[in-house]
Design a protein. Structure first.
Ligand code: UD1
Ligand code: CA
Length: 465
């Protein structure tokens, strides 16, 4: 599922001496969900993959995700990154212990991140690693100043700016609660002593939990320093509820919109365009309002996407035109200059260069030849209730409006299908195929019917007044 992992793993000796732990064993009660909290999606992928990928991008050679018992779905989502199981959620220090075997003592720095804090940037982690190495600190903590410090742990600094302790809000004195600088939860810890520090943590506090935050005070008592790096609150939003999930999604979408515009795309109404984590837009792409990109969309240069389109698992080559009001489903493959207009649905189908389906059509399990024209109301009948079958349409063929193409069926190159036809046999190249009931017209019959129905007042039925 994560696409980056092995691109970064071990790409330099120094980097591979960084390990990372992503804590995700908490139940996430406030989400009120059957799904583990860290699997709730942001930009259409599980949130735990964001801190994981940030750690990998910052150079972590070994990563372990800590999960609770019965969280096989989390293990599946993060694979091939391994997981370690914390038997009971006894606190963030206890959560580190199951990773002991996988992390060992070789790492010079161990990053600890939370699976519910997805908006972190790799550069921030890199700055923490650098600070820890340069200062020889036991711990570097990532701090931030939320508008509502509320339940966050407070960072207690000495006169020299060094971090002396982290105090959980519940255990803090009134004076300590006045501190605006808070613990994001993200830490960079000296790998040689991490597990010694964690083993020394007790649970004599308000919650009766083993607090990872205590390692700062413990290190200090052993003569080791700790330091703080600050980052923006937008980067460190922790997700505990659906409301916070929505807030994180908004921040993520703003980043995607900005990146799309910086990459040379015009978004006429950026706030109404929704991206997936992997959406790729080329240069000089135009995207109208209310467009939703599901996962797996790659858009080439000079593509125009009108408003109100829903696009997922689709490739749009250079100069393709889509919408407004089009739906491209997985496997839609629009080649150079192809056009898909309003109320057209495309699934698992290639439209070769210059092919057009401008209005009201369903194109599924099909191959549409270069320059072919698909008339309004055309349906590829790809499913007979038992299995799917393919429709193949040759180059420059013309499918008249309101035609039903009953697959499997092949329409030859340059063939013409007359409007309103139901085609269930192959059509040769250059042929005309037409299936229509006889045209019948009875002169004056309409007039007679009107008279009969309306008695002697034919004018009352519309027409002349
Ligand atoms: C924690 C910090 C607090 C900080 C805040 C930032 C501690 C003691 N407190 O508090 O200083 O301001 O995060 O958001 O560290 N987890 C486990 N196993 C456990 C407990 C937690 O894996 O036994 C995981 C959770 O899944 C979650 C993360 O650790 O991803 C944080 O746990 P949470 O209970 O949310 O900590 P906070 O009370 O928010
Ligand atoms: Ca939390």
């Amino acid at each position: 599922m994560p696409q980056e992992p092995f691109a970064f793993a071990g790409d330099s000796a120094a980097k591979s001496r960084i390990s990372a732990l992503i804590l995700g064993a908490g139940k996430g009660v406030r989400m009120n969900s059957r799904l583990p909290k860290v699997l709730h999606p942001i930009g259409n992928r599980p949130m735990v993959l964001y801190p994981l990928n940030a750690a990998l991008a910052a150079g972590a050679g070994t990563c372990v995700v800590v999960v609770g018992p019965g969280m096989a779905d989390v293990a599946e989502a993060v694979a091939p990154v391994p997981t370690a199981v914390q038997a009971e959620p006894r606190g963030t220090a206890d959560a580190v212990k199951p990773a002991r075997g996988a992390i060992g003592r070789d790492a010079d720095t161990v990053l600890i991140l939370f699976g519910d804090t997805p908006l972190i940037f790799p550069q921030t982690l890199e700055a923490m690693i650098a600070r820890r190495r340069e200062g020889g600190h036991a711990v570097v903590v990532l701090g931030f100043r939320p508008t509502e410090p509320g339940g966050y742990g407070r960072l207690v600094q000495g006169g020299d700016g060094m971090l002396e302790a982290i105090v959980e809000a519940r255990d803090a004195t009134a004076e300590q609660r006045e501190i605006g600088l808070c613990n994001s939860g993200v830490m960079a810890v000296d790998g040689a002593i991490l597990f010694d520090l964690v083993d020394a943590v007790h649970n004599d506090n308000a919650k009766g939990e083993y607090y990872l935050t205590d390692i700062v005070g413990i290190a200090r008592r052993h003569g080791r320093t700790s330091s703080v790096i600050e980052a923006g609150a937008d980067e460190l939003l922790g997700i505990n509820s659906r409301e916070e999930l929505a807030a994180a999604e908004r921040i993520f979408q703003q980043r995607m919109r900005r990146a799309a515009m910086a990459g040379g795309a015009t978004l006429t109404d950026p706030d109404s365009v929704w991206f997936s984590y992997d959406t790729v837009l080329g240069r000089d792409v135009t995207v109208g309002p209310q467009v939703v990109f599901g996962p797996g969309v790659v858009v080439g240069d000079d593509v125009e996407i009108g408003g109100f389109c829903h696009i997922e698992g689709a490739a749009l080559d250079r100069g393709a035109t889509v919408g407004p009001f089009a739906r491209l489903r997985p496997g839609a493959d629009l080649r150079e200059g192809a056009k898909v207009g309003n109320f057209v649905e495309v699934k698992n189908a290639v439209l070769k260069p210059g092919a057009r389906a401008n209005h009201l059509a369903y194109i599924g399990d099909a191959e549409i030849g270069a320059g072919a024209n698909i008339g309004a109301g055309t349906i590829t009948c790809n499913y007979d209730g038992f299995r799917k079958a393919r429709t193949v349409i040759g180059d420059r063929a013309f499918i008249g409006s309101n035609s039903a193409l009953v697959a499997p069926v092949t329409i030859g190159e340059r063939a013409i299908v007359g409007a309103g036809s139901t085609i269930d046999r192959d059509v040769e190249a250059d042929a005309l195929a037409l299936t229509r009931a006889e045209h019948t017209a009875v002169p004056r019959a309409a007039e007679k019917i009107r008279r009969r129905k309306a008695g002697d007042a034919p004018e009352s039925q519309g027409g002349k007044k």
